[in-house]
Design a protein around this ligand. Structure first.
Ligand SMILES: C=C(O[C@@H]1C=C(C(=O)O)C=C[C@H]1O)C(=O)O
Ligand SMILES: [Mg+2]
Length: 467
């Protein structure tokens, strides 16, 4: 990768075109600009006119928001080694990249946003046909809000046969529209029909899993269920996204659009974050609702902290993540016991795992080691994932898979895509799962998943639906 000093868009494209001609192959350019404060939702909305391929990411700490529009390049991988394959494609792309960046802010420049399916071995694709098993996009336009400042990155693949004036005109036109258009009227969808997918059969499958656990097949398995909605008219994604961000603090807000399908959610669960070689992963498992009064809330929190079934669910996750992180890092710190992680509708048991990643490992190496943790798969990992593949009737697709971003300095973050929905025009599928252990009670697990569906339900017009 070559870093250049302060050229204009025209100069950079001119130079890249010349080089591309000379080499007879395409070159990638990335230009970062500091811009006036920009509203991320307006940018997202304006992007709709330019390409039906947008992405949105906001960190749970709310210190980084990124909105991507279009695709300058994409990284796809299908093999069993999909994380490694994506990493090597990323390396290849960087080799042909010219970057102009005077700011060096995180989440700017060459950044890839996207995700991975839960289980690439699952044969069925519907309703996830527009989402491949590994799909990271380097947006053509990327708005980054970090430390109270806004940056715009323009990325483009320049081909030898490209026409200089045409590229410049198009980039300038898109940039202008992205920064100056995008007004919209806030409106959340109205539900027409709600179908809870086979709730009684799902409860029986939880019961069966507890029996299989008692028989020694495995120690924990996470089983998910689905709720389908139809709306009166197409859902307005920008409104849904904004409402999620406003109602779900302490959560990552994400949306990944592919060919007009949207995978959207507000997840509290970090899988791994890498910042200057400092690695943080999170164990999040064990659940109880929030109380209506402060007193009830504290009481429920105490109950969760002291409940053996929930502690066991949690402990499996801690042990697995600790082991996986220890295999590639040093200075691993894991607190002795969990604390509470409060969300709007429920509270979880939470244990952070901190470490310094050893040289030679990348963020994607860590993701490959962790995914799926026993918070989403189970224990032992392979047995649980096979069990899910054969017993779950829904198709998880990207639900419960890693979703996030990385940059050219190997900083980045992935969350686990739960509390999420796949929205296609006037239809949506919502997903929620729960950790089944020996002592799980099907009815209680059903209730737990109902609370986990609430964050998405409430922004999809379903706040009055009591499930
Ligand atoms: C699987 C989900 O959540 C996971 C299961 C939890 C549990 O069973 O206690 C808690 C947090 C998540 O790790 C989901 O929300 O769909
Ligand atoms: Mg649970």
């Amino acid at each position: 990768m070559l870093h250049t000093k302060a050229p204009q868009l025209e100069e950079m494209i001119g130079e890249a075109l010349q080089k591309a001609h000379h080499l007879g192959e395409p070159l990638f350019i990335s230009i970062v600009e500091h811009i006036d404060d920009q509203d991320p939702y307006q940018f997202f909305e304006a992007g709709l006119d330019i390409d039906q391929h947008r992405s949105f990411w906001q960190s749970a700490e709310n210190d980084l928001t990124m909105v991507g529009v279009g695709k300058a390049s994409q990284l796809y991988a299908k093999s069993r080694q999909r994380f490694r394959e994506v990493q090597s494609l990323w390396g290849e792309l960087q080799e042909k990249a010219f970057v102009h960046d005077n700011y060096n802010q995180k989440g700017t420049g060459m950044v890839a946003l996207g995700g991975f399916s839960f289980d690439p071995e699952k044969q069925e694709k519907t309703p996830w046909d527009n989402f491949s098993d590994s799909q990271m996009t380097i947006p053509a336009f990327l708005l980054t809000k970090v430390d109270g400042q806004s940056y715009l990155t323009i990325n483009a693949m320049i081909f030898p046969e490209d026409h200089y004036q045409q590229i410049i005109t198009q980039i300038k036109d898109h940039k202008h529209r992205l920064l100056h258009q995008g007004e919209w009227t806030h409106s959340l969808p109205f539900i027409d029909q709600l179908y809870e997918m086979v709730p009684e059969a799902w409860k029986r499958s939880v019961k069966q899993a507890t029996e299989d656990i008692k028989a020694g097949l495995m120690e924990k398995v996470v089983l998910a269920r689905e709720v389908r909605l139809t709306f009166k008219g197409d859902a307005h994604i920008t409104s849904v996204l904004k409402a999620l961000a406003q109602t779900q603090p302490n959560s990552y807000i994400f949306c990944y659009e592919s060919e007009g399908s949207h995978f959207i959610g507000a997840t509290p669960e970090r899988l791994a974050k890498l910042d200057d070689r400092e690695l943080v992963s999170t164990c999040l498992a064990g659940t109880i609702p929030r109380g209506l009064s402060e007193e009830e809330d504290q009481k429920l929190g105490e109950e969760l902290l002291n409940d053996p079934k929930n502690r066991q669910e949690h402990q499996f996750v801690v042990e697995m993540i600790k082991e996986a992180v220890e295999a590639c890092s040093r200075k691993v710190e894991v607190p002795d016991g969990p604390v509470l992680y409060p969300l709007r509708n429920l509270q979880h048991l939470y244990t952070p795992v901190k470490a310094v990643l050893d040289e030679g490992y990348t963020l994607l190496d860590v993701i490959a080691k962790l995914h799926p943790t026993p918070a989403l798969g189970g224990l032992p990992q392979k047995v649980a994932v096979d069990y899910i593949r054969t017993h779950e009737t829904l198709n998880r697709g990207w639900y419960a898979g890693p979703i996030g971003w990385f940059d050219a300095q190997d900083n980045g973050e992935f969350a686990v895509a739960i509390r999420s929905a796949l929205i296609q025009k006037d239809e949506a599928s919502l997903f929620a799962g729960c950790g089944v252990v020996e002592d799980s009670d099907p009815e209680a697990e059903y209730e737990e998943t109902a609370v986990k569906l609430k964050p998405m339900m409430s922004v999809l017009g379903g706040s009055e639906w009591d499930m």
